[in-house]
Design a protein around this ligand. Structure first.
Ligand code: C5P
Length: 234
């Protein structure tokens, strides 16, 4: 399976995003990047096309969650942007996940990877029990959502690097794990609570690591990116 480092382009404008990408030298492999809600809602589909035209692979992190027909139609639109990976909330249930797959699949049968968010890492055990009324422990809930995603034909889940090995155990080696919460050894964890280094993430079964601030805010982002790739891919 392909393994890669994905840079989270958490910038508020198209200009800042493109200025950041301009730092990566021409003639070298372009990094796989993640466009999230902030940039997409600010700059729209055109920035996605622009980044794609520069030769980057794109994970469009919009976390869809709606009735199956709406998600299917929205996914068809996103698929037309020629992105490489998109996601949705597994909480939308199998009916929604299967509809999303149908919407994503292009006439030639190709489609972006479809990844499910299980439980947001911002949801803690108390909120799970008291607000979502889910009695099962968090880890079991995450794994059960991952199994639903796998059974619906999805390609993988977003999970913490600490959960990646368990997801592989439960859903199979080829079920892909996309993991944020990665920091360089000795780096500032920021608001990420449970972190791993790129090397540890590789050892724990992560296929794609998503790194934002350790690369985007580094004095030399290109050097930080190369370090992440070297540590993750070996
Ligand atoms: O800057 P940092 O490396 O923490 O960025 C991580 C990226 O991954 C951000 O875009 C964040 O929204 C995203 N993310 C996360 N935790 C999740 C899901 C997504 O940090 N559970």
């Amino acid at each position: 399976m392909a393994k890669d480092v994905i840079i989270a382009l958490d910038f508020p404008t198209r200009e800042e995003t493109l200025a950041f990408l301009d730092r990566f030298p021409e003639g070298e492999a372009k990094p796989f990047v993640k466009v999230g809600m902030e940039l997409y809602y600010a700059a729209g589909p055109s920035v996605v096309r622009e980044i794609k035209a520069r030769g980057h692979k794109i994970f469009l992190d919009l976390k869809l969650h709606d009735i199956p027909n709406t998600v299917k139609r929205a996914m068809a639109v996103l698929s037309g942007l020629d992105v490489d990976m998109v996601n949705l909330h597994a909480a939308g249930t199998s009916a929604m996940m299967k509809a999303a797959l149908e919407g994503l699949t292009r006439p030639d049968g190709a489609r972006p990877l479809l990844i499910a968010v299980t439980q947001l890492t911002s949801t803690d055990a108390a909120a799970l029990r008291d607000e979502l009324l889910i009695e099962s422990p968090m880890a079991e809930t995450v794994l059960s959502y991952a199994q639903n995603a796998a059974a619906s034909g999805l390609d993988g889940v977003v999970c913490s690097p600490l959960e990646a090995a368990l997801v592989k155990e439960r859903c199979g080696e080829s079920f892909c794990t996309v993991t944020p919460g990665v920091r360089f050894a000795g780096g500032d964890a920021g608001d990420q609570k449970r972190v791993m280094t790129p090397e540890q993430a590789a050892g724990n079964g992560c296929d794609y690591i998503v790194m934002g601030r350790p690369i985007t805010q580094a004095p030399s982002p290109v050097e930080a990116y190369r370090r992440a790739v070297k540590q993750f891919l070996g």
